[in-house]
Design a protein around this ligand. Structure first.
Ligand code: SF4
Length: 365
């Protein structure tokens, strides 16, 4: 089965990126070759990060020529490559169709995390999120999602050093709601976690949703990766404002779906993302409400001091309020690290992504 056109074509040629191992085997069988050729090409593509078919020294010259004539392994154009003073990097990629997406790399001492986008824009209009102001243009294909990881490995020069601290973790937490693009997100995650290809451990891949309840169980059953939920309030009246999807899938239904997430244990906890917004969701009462609703669920809570953007109606909570909130969670037995904002100076922090070039001009003015 040939993947759909994916916006990565170079010089009119479709890309091989996005093909599964089975699809490559089928392609080469169709060319009268043994299926194992598909496995060899797959290893070069996702295991070694080949950017030119001539790198494949263990396949025939004829095949390399035929592949070059018909396919590409091109990466998207890098429109911007911004480096924050804290080491965070943000790339703005332009796809062949002209749409742009953002991808963020967050280095830490013992690991490197890549925050990957799944849509161009978003339909969900979470009121604290800059991406939510960018109208949804379209879903990204599996190829366009996975190529963000491959392009990051190119730019970090870490194809050979995957066990080091360079690029160890993936979070699907960039632009878009992954569970509104299930087919392609699932395809991309399967490519990321295939041990003979990109090779990320399932424990190092996290899918973040704002609460598309009917699909939550499927994530655990099909992908078996970690789940993060953009909760931001345990109270429906507040969450309705912050995450309007809550009107469709209220807190009780969301929590129930998470409680039943396959494979939950103390080693595989749900991560609750909680943006701390002054006077909106940061009171002691809010903290107690959070503790009440997640009781009994193996959980970790990420407290994220709100990151502002031009035109936003909200302000970051005071440190004292964040501290009070965190202490209540800690007393209730929940690890609740306060996430130091990363990449704020390049608008790469949580909730700040927006690949709309016209809006980027306004921001930097
Ligand atoms: S928080 Fe996520 S789901 Fe909500 S608007 Fe932003 S990108 Fe979309």
């Amino acid at each position: 089965m040939i993947p759909e056109p994916d916006g990565l074509e170079r010089g009119g040629k479709p890309t091989l990126i996005g093909y599964t191992k089975e699809e490559l085997c089928t392609l080469f069988e169709g060319w009268g070759m043994k299926p194992y050729v598909g496995r060899i090409v797959y290893g070069w593509l996702y295991g070694k990060g080949m950017i030119d078919f001539d790198e494949m020294t263990n396949v025939s010259k004829d095949l390399r020529g035929r592949l070059s004539e018909n396919y590409s392994v091109g990466r998207p154009e890098v429109v911007k490559d911004l480096c924050s003073c804290d080491g965070t990097r943000k790339w703005l990629f332009r796809l062949a169709c002209g749409s742009t997406v953002e991808t963020v790399y967050i280095p830490e001492e013992d690991r490197g995390t890549l925050c990957v986008s799944s849509q161009v824009g978003c339909t969900l209009n979470c009121s604290f999120c800059h991406t939510g102001t960018q109208r949804l243009k379209r879903n990204l294909t599996a190829a366009e999602i996975v190529v963000q990881v491959m392009a990051a490995r190119d730019m970090l020069g870490c194809w050979e050093r995957r066990d080091g601290r360079f690029l160890t973790n993936i979070v699907l937490m960039g632009m878009g709601e992954p569970l509104y693009n299930v087919k392609h997100v699932f395809g991309a995650v399967k490519l990321m976690t295939d041990g003979t290809g990109l090779g990320f451990s399932k424990r190092k891949v996290t899918l973040s949703t704002s609460g598309v309840v009917p699909m939550i169980g499927e994530v655990g059953r099909e992908l078996d990766v970690k789940l993060a939920v953009s909760l931001h309030s345990a109270r429906n009246e507040v969450r309705n404002e912050l995450v309007p999807l809550n009107k469709k899938y209220p807190v009780e239904e969301l929590i129930e779906a998470c409680r039943n997430y396959p494979g939950l244990s103390n080693a595989k906890r749900i991560t609750w993302e909680y943006v701390m917004i002054k006077g909106v969701n940061d009171s002691e009462e809010d903290a107690h409400a959070l503790v009440r609703v997640i009781r009994g669920i193996p959980s970790k809570i990420n407290l994220i001091p709100y990151n502002s953007w031009s035109g936003s109606a909200y302000e970051r909570s005071d440190e004292a309020a964040i501290d009070r909130f965190a202490k209540i969670l800690l007393r209730a037995g929940y690890a609740s690290p306060v996430r130091r904002p990363r990449g704020e100076d390049i608008m790469a922090a949580c909730g700040q992504l927006n690949s709309d070039v016209s809006q980027q001009v306004v921001m930097s003015a």
